[in-house]
Design a protein around this ligand. Structure first.
Ligand SMILES: *Cc1c(COP(=O)(O)O)cnc(C)c1O
Length: 234
């Protein structure tokens, strides 16, 4: 099932890229494997996927222990400062940095293990109360510029989650505003390449709006079954 799903997702990505004159090689597909087990990850790996996303520090740590370096891990969840070391030890990218304090903690630990940690700033681009991320554009700018002072952080781009709605124009607005903020910061001297946006329900709009990283879970792995804990699936 995973192989077939993945084929469909890849076809949709490449069709959408042709439709809007983008090269699909500039878009990284991240398979969001949260709450899925090692067998599912291995199957997707065998189909050629190398980038996987997790949203819990402990779950990422456990999967890293078993699958390790052959995978490029992306951390996409809410990150508490006391879990920073697990994530810096394992993740190539941390997409969900939403405060200067968190960036500073990441920088400190990355320094201890002599790593340059790639991060993205998570921006709240909708009015939805449940979504996290930095709200004010001025704060995104302040944190982004401050990150240049951090020797062990590379700020790679911005990330957002679109509102949970059927309204495609609201979703487009959310992605479009992330792109505009990124472009503005780049015109002011930063060099932010990545726009991490687009999930199962909205990745085609995200491609139209310039996404460079798609975070797709259920379209690849199927519905997540939360009746069982991830620990039971390892
Ligand atoms: C779970 C999750 C995804 C993937 O969601 P799907 O709808 O299953 O594709 C993407 N981004 C974040 C931050 C997530 O937590």
């Amino acid at each position: 099932m995973i192989a077939e799903n993945l084929k469909i997702v890849r076809e949709k990505i490449s069709e959408k890229c042709s439709a809007v004159n983008r090269n699909s090689s500039e878009i990284k597909l991240i398979a969001v494997s949260k709450n899925f087990g090692l067998n599912d990850i291995q199957t997707a790996f065998d189909e050629g996927l190398r980038d996987f996303g997790e949203n819990k520090a402990q779950e990422l740590d456990a999967k890293f222990e078993r699958l390790g370096n052959k995978i490029t891990w992306h951390f996409i969840g809410n990150l508490q400062r006391n879990k920073v070391r697990f994530v810096v030890n394992t993740a190539e990218y941390i997409h969900s940095v939403d405060s200067l304090l968190l960036a500073s903690e990441i920088n400190k630990y990355a320094g201890k293990i002599s790593k340059i940690q790639k991060i993205l700033l998570q921006v709240k681009t909708s009015d939805e109360a449940a979504k996290s991320g930095i709200v004010a554009e001025s704060e995104v700018r302040d944190i982004a510029f401050y990150c240049r002072e951090f020797k062990n952080i590379e700020l790679a781009g911005l990330m957002t989650i679109a509102p949970f709605t059927e309204d495609k124009e609201l979703i487009r607005k959310s992605f479009g505003s992330l792109r505009r903020i990124r472009n503005k910061l780049n015109s002011e001297g930063l060099n932010l390449k990545e726009l991490s946006m687009g999930m199962t329900s909205d990745f085609e709009i995200a491609i139209e709006e310039g996404a460079t990283m798609l975070r797709i879970g259920s379209a690849i792995f199927g519905e997540r079954d939360y009746s069982k804990d991830w620990k039971e699936k390892l």
